[in-house]
Design a binder for this molecule. Sequence first.
Ligand code: DX5
Ligand code: ZN
Length: 226
Amino acid sequence: MTTTYRIAPSILSADFARLGEEVKSVIDAGADWIHFDVMDNHYVPNLTFGPMICQALKPHAKTASGLAVPIDVHLMISPVDALAASFADAGADLISFHPDASAHVHRSIQAIKSKGVKAGLVFNPAEPLDVLEWTIDEIDLILIMSVNPGFGGQGFIDSALRKIEHARKLIDASGKDIRLEVDGGIKADNIRRVADAGADTFVAGSAIFGKPDYKAVVDQMRQALG
Ligand code: DX5
Ligand code: ZN
């Protein structure tokens, strides 16, 4: 079976003064998902954007031929449930949260799914995958952090590769259709290693938005993925 790989540019590294255009450009460049990093200056030491910006970007998240491009919301916030519901109402297609940011992980997953949105769990570099033992049957996405959350442009933490391998085994054993996404420090020159560890979806912020030609970077990444 061949794996479908998805590239999810993180607009954290986009030009915030021209966000709608940036979303369009990166979709023209071949983005499969738009990764939307929500930071609250509490769970992480940085502050970004809320549901109103997600709602404003939603009409821009489509291909030139009008196909919708999923908005992949990565919540780095605590508490989770109320804002997750607001993002669902704002047009998010997938919403992921950090289990250590929610007092009731299962309830937060249900809160997201009850809105008809796909739900994911995110794991920091030092966080074990233990909670998956009791939640993997409920979720659509596992997101492995390969940097500590809060900022773009950090270096890839190699121990994430072992965690990706572990998550891949858990997904295969579950028999469920679950995306395995990796976030932080991904570039054209390391994306192949991340895919070989078992990932199928790749977030990239600075690697794409830090270069003038987004398509050239996305093409290089796809070439590396083969
Ligand atoms: C970090 C965010 C990432 C970030 C990745 O907290 O979750 O999505 O944008 O940026 P790069 O690709 O530059 O590491
Ligand atoms: Zn992210």
